[in-house]
Design a protein around this ligand. Structure first.
Ligand SMILES: [Zn+2]
Length: 203
């Protein structure tokens, strides 16, 4: 384990001791991961070691954001399930109607188009998941760690998001085509707006 890995691990363990991340969540430090990702099975956070360059609050924000995804992941799962359901009838129809080679080619094209259409048309729901995970992390930073302006921490993390990793261009392109994440400026604005509302209503 390098010092960087140890630092991210140390911050995660501290969050676990405070009860802010579930104990069973494993941390996987992965050089090939362009950013950070929560497992759909709610068990692990995969993260690029370059995130160790962030401040302590920045690393906390990333880890808490991913924990937020694992706690609120139902919508994403529902979308993936509906996507799978859409592809099954398409596959059955094609395999009965067309010769097999042509069927698999047409099936492939239809699958790609279906994935893009379904992802783009449901982007708003998935973007809400991102906003919700951002707010989950930002609120904890504000309430438990006394961070006065968590939107600045969010900005620090998002500015750091594009890593110099092989294959990252393709992943970024896919992310853009599928609209997997909302715009960074919008994410920072939402954190700022929501938490300022909370502050002004409690003061
Ligand atoms: Zn996310």
């Amino acid at each position: 384990m390098t010092g960087e890995d140890g630092r991210i691990r140390g911050i995660l363990n501290d969050l676990k001791q405070r009860g802010l991340v579930r104990d069973r969540v494993a941390l996987i430090i992965d050089d090939d991961m362009p950013s950070s990702k929560a497992s759909l099975l709610k068990r692990s956070i995969r993260i690029n070691p370059a995130y160790a360059a962030l401040s302590d609050d920045g690393v906390r924000f990333i880890l808490l954001h991913e924990e937020g995804h694992m706690v609120f992941f139902q919508r994403t799962l529902a979308i993936l399930a509906s996507l799978a359901l859409l592809l099954i009838p398409v596959g059955i129809i094609l395999s009965n109607v067309l010769p097999s080679v042509l069927a698999s080619m047409v099936g492939f094209v239809i699958s790609v188009v279906t994935i893009v259409v379904v992802f783009r048309s449901t982007s708003e729901i998935r973007h809400e998941d991102e906003f919700r995970s951002d707010l989950h992390a930002a609120r904890i930073l504000q309430e438990q760690f006394g961070v006065r302006r968590p939107s600045l921490v969010a900005k620090e993390c998002f500015d750091h998001d594009v890593m110099d990793v092989e294959g990252v261009d393709l992943l970024l392109l896919m992310g853009r085509v599928l609209e997997t994440h909302p715009d960074v400026v919008e994410r920072v604005r939402r954190v700022k707006d929501e938490l300022q509302t909370v502050c002004s209503s409690t003061h």
